[in-house]
Design a protein around this ligand. Structure first.
Ligand code: 2BA
Length: 109
């Protein structure tokens, strides 16, 4: 068994979740926040059999777009430190950030 942890742009969340549900996947949806942009995104926990991994990855790939997103202005205290570093005005976000882990044990009690 595998566990997919997928971090998805909030604009893609609806489409990914609909497609996963339509194909019979079970998952948990968490409201999360990116450490860099500090903007809301969604983390999906998808537990599945090994032979379903490719199908789930295909759904995520198909429903998650790459997009440019503006980096928010820094508060004055952080701005002083940042002048010594290159700081991007826009960054490419997504499609999705996906981690696949082996599940040692699964039980529904
Ligand atoms: P954020 O941390 O808000 O990052 C948003 C985008 O900003 C990233 O897109 C990346 O293009 C850029 N970025 C992040 N850190 C940066 C830095 N130190 N300098 C310059 N640019 C930076 P993605 O790579 O597509 O990541 C989208 C979201 O996925 C991230 O939102 C974060 O919530 C999550 N994520 C990405 N990599 C991760 C990792 N290794 N572990 C855990 N979560 C991760």
């Amino acid at each position: 068994m595998k566990m997919i942890t997928a971090i998805v742009n909030k604009k893609d969340t609806g489409a990914v979740c609909r497609a996963l549900t339509n194909e019979g996947f079970e998952f948990t949806k968490l409201a999360t926040t990116g450490g860099f942009l500090r903007d809301g995104n969604t983390t999906l926990l998808i537990g599945l059999d090994d032979d379903k991994l490719q199908a789930a990855m295909d759904i995520i790939r198909k429903n998650c777009a790459k997009r440019m997103q503006k980096v928010p202005a820094l508060p004055p205290t952080e701005l002083a430190a940042s002048v010594y570093h290159a700081y991007p005005a826009e960054v490419m976000v997504g499609g999705a950030i996906v981690f696949v882990s082996d599940v040692l044990h699964f039980e529904k009690m």
